[in-house]
Each structure stands twice: as C-alpha cells, then as structure tokens.
Design a protein around this ligand. Structure first.
Ligand SMILES: NC(=O)c1ccc[n+]([C@@H]2O[C@H](COP(=O)([O-])OP(=O)(O)OC[C@H]3O[C@@H](n4cnc5c(N)ncnc54)[C@H](OP(=O)(O)O)[C@@H]3O)[C@@H](O)[C@H]2O)c1
Length: 201
C-alpha cells in the first residue's frame, strides 16, 4: 500500500478480473509513537505513508471500479479504517492520530463530492482492538475488543450503510465527548489518559 504504482497496478488487475467493485475497504495501517523530545520526521513519514497516502493510493485505484459498479446500476461504497484517536489528540500520537484524522477528513470531504455519483463513503473508527499492533502498546487499553468483535462490528456497520462505524460504542462516545471539550480541559485530561515516555511519568 505504500507503493503508489503497485497499488494502481493492482487496481488495473482487479479491473481486468472483475470489471467493477461494489465495495473497496482500505484497512492496512501502522502505528508508531513519537517522542517529542527527539522529533523524528522519519517516524512521521513511516506512519503517514501507509496510513494516509497508502489509503489514498487505494482510493485512486478503486474509484474507476466503483464507478463501473454504478454504471451497472449496483451500489458502490468506499470505506477506510481510521481510528478513534482521530476524535481526540493523545500524547505521543502526533503521527498516528494526525494520519488517521487526515484519513477521516479527506474521506468525509470526498463523501460530499461522491454523493451525486451515488458512491457512499464509510469511515471506521475503532477503539482498542487486540491485534499485533496493540500488543506492542505499553499503556492500559480500556474496553479493548477482540479482532473478531471488531470484524463483526465493521461488517454489520457496512451492511447497514453506516457512515461512521465506531466501536465499542461506550468507549468511542466517551472519546468523542472528550474531543469537543475546550483545549485547556483537553490539555489537562490528555496526559492522564495514556502512559507517558519514561522521563515524563
Ligand atoms: N488495533 C487497534 O486497536 C486499532 C484501533 C484503531 C484503528 N486501527 C487500524 O486498523 C487497521 C488494522 O490494524 P491492526 O490492529 O489489525 O494492525 P496489525 O495487526 O499491525 O495489521 C496491520 C495490517 O496492515 C498491513 N500493512 C501495514 N502496512 C502496510 C503496507 N505498507 N502495505 C500493505 N499492507 C500493510 C499489515 O501487513 P503485514 O502483516 O504484511 O505487515 C497487516 O496486515 C490499521 O489501519 C490500524 O491503524 C487499529
């Protein structure tokens, strides 16, 4: 997903095999946490490249296939996995959270432009899901769900045509509410929500 030409070539191959897609879901992503004392642009690029640009390479490759489905009179849906972290900036999540917030903003904006073509856009905002990605985390992950539970929530949300698929709901509603608090309150709460780098704790 980080190789633009490879993703476009995959789209062309799918066009040859299937002709059209009624759904394209982009889920690949990675997470690394920034230590602000050692601002590391290489880390930021390692996170943004698959999370944001990889997703957008996929969108570019998928759009002609989704449009082909519409021409055949079928429904067409674009979907991407963002993260509940897009709702609320957290410590050390500068790169990851911003890459996911960018995915959410980009696709929400694209939703408005694709609406007249009958192509819908769903965003998936998971809380913590137990996967190899979160097994690396060194902080408590409240209300973590299993990968099977996450998959069920995503499939159910897509089947219902939900635009914002977020789970587990108790967790994501709390995060959404915290995300709309005034900045000074978020500055007070944020550091208390995750473990800091050793020297900060
Ligand atoms: N787990 C969570 O709590 C959580 C919460 C919110 C959002 N998410 C998002 O959910 C998605 C899946 O995460 P996960 O928890 O399942 O992580 P994971 O266990 O690390 O799996 C990530 C998947 O993405 C693939 N991938 C990563 N970079 C890629 C690239 N450049 N090209 C192609 N494939 C690539 C990986 O392939 P390889 O195995 O081949 O490397 C792997 O299949 C990610 O977008 C993540 O940000 C996860």
């Amino acid at each position: 997903m980080s190789d633009h030409q490879a993703v476009l070539a995959a789209g062309e191959q799918i066009a040859e095999w299937l002709g059209a897609l009624d759904i394209a879901l982009f889920n690949a992503g990675t997470c690394e946490y920034l230590d602000a004392r050692h601002f590391d642009m290489a880390l930021v690029e390692r996170v943004f490249t698959p999370n944001l640009f990889g997703t957008l390479y996929g969108v570019e490759a998928a759009l002609p296939l989704l449009r082909a489905a519409r021409r055949e009179g079928k429904p067409a849906r674009l979907a991407a996995t963002s993260s509940a972290s897009a709702y609320l900036p957290l410590p050390r999540a500068e790169a990851y959270g911003a890459s996911k917030a960018a995915v959410s903003y980009f696709l929400e904006s694209l939703r408005l432009d694709l609406h007249q073509e009958g192509i819908d856009v769903s965003l998936i905002h998971p809380g913590f899901v137990k996967t190899p990605l979160t097994d690396r985390n060194d902080f408590p992950m409240p209300m973590q769900v299993t990968a099977d539970e996450a998959a069920e929530a995503i499939i159910a949300g897509l089947a219902k045509g939900r635009l914002d698929i977020h789970f587990p709901r108790r967790f994501t509603y709390i995060v959404k509410c915290l995300g709309i608090l005034p900045p000074a309150l978020r500055r007070w709460i944020g550091p208390r929500m995750t473990r800091q780098t050793k020297e900060h704790s």
